[in-house]
Write a protein that binds this ligand. Sequence first.
Ligand SMILES: CC(C)(COP(=O)(O)OP(=O)(O)OC[C@H]1O[C@@H](n2cnc3c(N)ncnc32)[C@H](O)[C@@H]1OP(=O)(O)O)[C@@H](O)C(=O)NCCC(=O)NCCS
Length: 185
Amino acid sequence: MLVREFEFKMKDGRTASVRSPREDDAAGLLDYLYVTACETEFLMRYPEECGKYTIEGELRFIKNANSSDREAAALCLVEGEIVGLANVSWSGAIKTKHRASVAIALIREFWDQGIGTVLMEELIRIAEENEDLIQIELDFIEGNVRARALYEKLGFRIVGVKPNAIRLKDGTLLNEYSMIKEIKR
Ligand SMILES: CC(C)(COP(=O)(O)OP(=O)(O)OC[C@H]1O[C@@H](n2cnc3c(N)ncnc32)[C@H](O)[C@@H]1OP(=O)(O)O)[C@@H](O)C(=O)NCCC(=O)NCCS
């Protein structure tokens, strides 16, 4: 589904805008996927694994996110550049259609500007509007204190840990934590 279009002020006073991705964002999204993979180990992809992403794949992602009634993507732009993307989706399966998943990543230069809070609040609002949903779920990698702080601020709580879920290239093993935010009905 399409997300609401709006602008907000980042902590540094600049204006950021939020909207659904469009077809002409496909190339920008490929850059974003690569840059974010280079900038943090708290995402599931290494930069060299970004070759699997293609313009056609991004066009499919954009079309699906915008046209599906069980998915939405919110792009954040500053001065015309993509600085972040967050998405929410849920299954149509009878046994699991009460559970939504969210994911988010921003370009590092734009961390700590309040963008994560704004994008996540928008996705939570979308999930709350869907009456089937009773919980929003996400995972974060051990050590991602910024993500954890953001999620806890928004009402998510840790419900489980998968030991050694992540192995970095240097062999470091990290746990993955699962969080849930319940939607009051
Ligand atoms: C995690 C991420 C989405 C957060 O977005 P963001 O725009 O930086 O977050 P916000 O600025 O809205 O909020 C971050 C909060 O964490 C707090 N914070 C920042 N660093 C912190 C730290 N070291 N310890 C505790 N809290 C911290 C900030 O104070 C802020 O809280 P506040 O708004 O109450 O002041 C973003 O940093 C990012 O994309 N990181 C890389 C990719 C990633 O980790 N994605 C999530 C995977 S689960």
